[in-house]
Ligand binder design. Structure first.
Ligand SMILES: C[S@@+](CC[C@H](N)C(=O)[O-])C[C@H]1O[C@@H](n2cnc3c(N)ncnc32)[C@H](O)[C@@H]1O
Ligand SMILES: [Zn+2]
Length: 338
């Protein structure tokens, strides 16, 4: 039995892991357009990979001004004093030579760029998975241009979970108020990159009340995409109905679980428990490259105490919270950024 927390950018942390050593990856990255994780900007390689091998990147500001309200073109006004602790949005920078992007995951100006960054992360995950391994990706959607007018985006606030940054794709492809379709854009990009897309599970969140404005139905679900590395992953069928005749279906009703710490996008243990009971063999190893406060590790230890479980997290405060979560004895921390 062992757990390890790696305090690093996911792309760097994944490089430290051995090939074909994990049975399952359960994870939820920062969502597109949601600015609430407060991590430092990190580098994402560009398309012209070799261009900056011998010289430094030539960083220029990314083209999309983040503080503009997409509809009115006005500067965002933050009225809630609690939001003043959040630094101004980092617009991100691109390298004029190699096309690398430097910024916070989720703050990319285009869905396609966000998806390409996740493809990179999950390339690293795929390498670290055994041939029988699977990836379970929890992902929600966001609206273009929504939430630019301030308001309470903190837990319990009327705009909790909404994108706080007005955004419209430079190409004009997305208009303010459009549903971005992020989960499917990411799922199809991952499938194109070689993953087997096995299932798109709807995680129905009863009680979720995000008050997304009066002009559309309030969203009450997210996706759990199930991918496998090969055509024959480990999958333990779980019978769900009393007499054991009904196989696991693809709509899961699981309430969100309140979390008392400073992190506000933890997923409920019941969701992770359901996934791991399907996909983690006895004594198997679990991985989460965006581990936040350690929910995946917590449940993996409960279900597979003999396994070795690894979480990667960029924000050192969350690593500390993960170490302090009940039931988890102190975890090893591999390397820390200043
Ligand atoms: C949606 S949260 C995950 C929460 C987690 N499932 C839990 O239950 O606590 C996404 C996490 O990814 C982290 N993160 C953001 N960018 C990252 C990066 N480049 N590498 C690693 N972690 C990152 C954020 O700090 C945040 O904790
Ligand atoms: Zn460069």
């Amino acid at each position: 039995m062992s757990e390890l927390l790696i305090n690093a950018h996911a792309l760097d942390g994944l490089r430290a892991l051995r090939d074909e050593s994990f049975d399952v990856c359960v994870t939820s990255p920062p969502y597109f357009g949601m600015r609430n994780n407060r991590v430092r900007p990190v580098e994402w390689p560009g398309a012209r990979l070799g261009a900056c091998l011998l010289e430094a990147h030539a960083w220029v500001r990314d083209e999309q001004p983040r503080t503009k309200n997409a509809r009115q073109g006005s500067t965002e006004v933050v009225k809630n004093p609690r939001l003043t602790v959040v630094p101004p949005p980092n617009p991100g920078e691109v390298c004029a030579h190699c096309g690398a992007w430097r910024g916070e995951l989720g703050q990319e100006p285009r869905v396609s760029l966000y998806a390409s960054h996740l493809v990179r992360v999950f390339d690293g995950v795929r390498r670290a998975l055994k041939p029988s391994g699977s990836l379970w990706l929890v992902l929600g959607d966001s609206y273009a241009g929504s939430g630019g007018s301030g308001g309470d985006y903190w837990p319990g606030g009327s705009r909790e979970g909404q994108a706080r940054v007005g955004r419209r794709e430079p190409s004009g492809a997305l208009k303010a108020k459009d549903l971005c379709g992020v989960p499917w854009a990411v799922a199809l990009a991952l499938r194109d990159a070689g993953w087997f897309l096995r299932s798109a599970i709807v995680w129905n969140k009863p009680g979720a009340c995000l008050n997304w404005g009066p002009d559309r139905p309030t969203s009450g679900y997210e996706f759990v995409f199930y991918f496998s590395k090969t055509a024959h992953p480990f999958y333990r069928d779980v019978r769900t109905v009393g007499d054991g005749t009904c196989r696991m279906r693809d709509v899961w009703t699981i309430p969100t679980e309140p979390y008392k710490g400073a992190h506000y996008s933890t997923f409920p243990r019941a969701l992770v428990r359901r996934i791991l009971s399907l996909a983690l063999p006895v004594g198997g190893n679990a991985l989460d490259p965006f581990v936040g406060t350690g929910t995946t590790l917590l449940v993996a230890r409960e279900l597979a105490p003999q396994g070795a479980h690894v979480g990667i997290e960029l924000n050192a405060d969350y690593v500390k919270q993960a170490q302090e979560r009940p039931l988890l004895p102190p975890l090893g921390v591999l390397f820390e950024y200043p």
